[in-house]
Ligand binder design. Structure first.
Ligand code: SIN
Length: 290
């Protein structure tokens, strides 16, 4: 159905929105972004029809969620591999599974992963297409993750601003995001257009984020800072967002090419723990070497 308007899912229609897939249900969380998927056990091998449905659901909803799953790191890796090669993270993975990164916060934490709005690893020339996060331990309250649609952010810009941004590129620097965890580390830097086209849906997205974008290229530092501040505030408009309340065994799978997310650290000193994988992106024509 991707790219075929005659078969597009009408998210406003309560009948078709639950019947658009052959093997799963998808209950939209907002009209703009997010859906809870039912009818699938991710610990079991996936059929090609299930995989088609999941690929369609991620294209339709940008981030999809599953409840009451039981996964260990090997099982999460297997789920991720259905969607592409797994990418080792800039920070260390698990000893037995380097592609799986543990996300853990407790009373000793000074920072948590994702505590600032970001698109995962936009500091890579080819950022991951998506990330899959499984949570097994949650605080008594809090620890939600907020996701924002960068399609919606792009669409809401004025025509004049869209035209101007189309002419610009920005630098994304891994040290901005990871230097606080390990200041001695060496991190990637990449240059991307400020407006990108999603390779699957063909829709345009705003592609700058607080976590990784250091500056707009070819303009003064003052102009870059002012424009980025405006774009960050714009991208963080609540109308483009949804908020996911985790339960033990929940999984989130987000399309990194059209979303940003923020992990709310409002539960200190409680424990929140899980693990995640990142699926490789595709080298697209719009990627420019740093
Ligand atoms: C992240 O991957 O940025 C963390 C998301 C989360 O912990 O909810």
């Amino acid at each position: 159905m991707v790219g075929d308007a005659s078969e597009a899912v009408d998210l406003a229609d309560p009948e078709t929105r639950f019947m658009a897939y052959k093997t799963i249900t998808a209950a939209p969380i907002t009209p703009t972004i997010g859906a809870e998927i039912g009818g699938i056990d991710l610990s079991q091998p996936l059929s090609s029809v299930q995989l088609d449905d999941l690929n369609q659901a991620i294209a339709d909803h940008q981030v999809i969620f599953f409840r009451e799953q039981t996964l260990d790191p090997a099982a999460l890796k297997r789920v991720g591999q259905y969607f592409g090669e797994l990418q080792a993270h800039a920070l260390k993975g698990l000893p037995d599974h380097p592609e799986v990164r543990k996300l853990h916060a407790d009373e000793t934490s000074k920072h948590v992963a994702g505590e600032e709005w970001h698109t995962d690893m936009s500091c890579l020339a080819v950022p991951p297409m998506g990330s899959i996060l499984y949570m097994h331990t949650l605080p008594p309250q809090g620890g939600d993750t907020i996701f924002a649609s960068m399609y919606a952010a792009y669409d809401a810009l004025s025509d004049g601003m869209k035209a101007h941004l189309e002419t610009l590129t920005a630098t994304h620097d891994g040290a901005l995001a990871f230097g606080r965890f390990d200041p001695t580390g060496k991190y990637p830097i990449a240059v991307h257009p400020v407006i990108r086209t999603h390779p699957v849906t063909g829709k345009k997205v705003l592609f700058v984020n607080r976590g990784f974008t250091s500056h707009i290229n070819g303009v003064s530092r003052e102009e870059s800072n002012a424009l980025l501040q405006y774009l960050y505030l714009h991208a963080e408009n609540a109308y483009f967002q949804m908020r996911f309340r985790w339960t033990p065994g929940a999984v989130a799978f987000w399309d990194n090419r059209c979303t940003q997310h923020l992990a709310i650290w409002d539960y200190y000193p409680h424990v929140r723990s899980g693990f995640r994988v990142q699926v490789e992106g595709r080298a697209d024509a719009y990627t420019i070497a740093a």
